[in-house]
Write a protein that binds this ligand. Structure first.
Ligand code: SF4
Ligand code: SF4
Length: 64
């Protein structure tokens, strides 16, 4: 499974990643992004590429 790394100190809750994620993996809660459905992540990195605050990155498969 891919690791979705979120730096909650850097995330300002703009929601760009939530909007761009094609799989509904992410959600906003209390102005911070959270992982709603990690297994649905296809690793497209749209979230990582478009986050203006470098607050979300996608790791390699970690073999469970
Ligand atoms: S890598 Fe793609 S599918 Fe996974 S959380 Fe980011 S935008 Fe969504
Ligand atoms: S795009 Fe970045 S700053 Fe905006 S909600 Fe997502 S992780 Fe947070």
């Amino acid at each position: 499974m891919r690791r979705i790394n979120i730096n909650t100190h850097w995330c300002k809750g703009c929601g760009i990643c939530v909007t761009l994620c094609p799989k509904g993996v992410l959600k906003l809660e209390q102005e911070t992004v959270q992982v709603e459905d990690q297994e649905a992540c296809i690793g497209c990195r749209q979230c990582e590429y478009h986050c203006p605050d470098f607050a979300i990155t996608i790791g390699e498969d970690d073999n469970g």
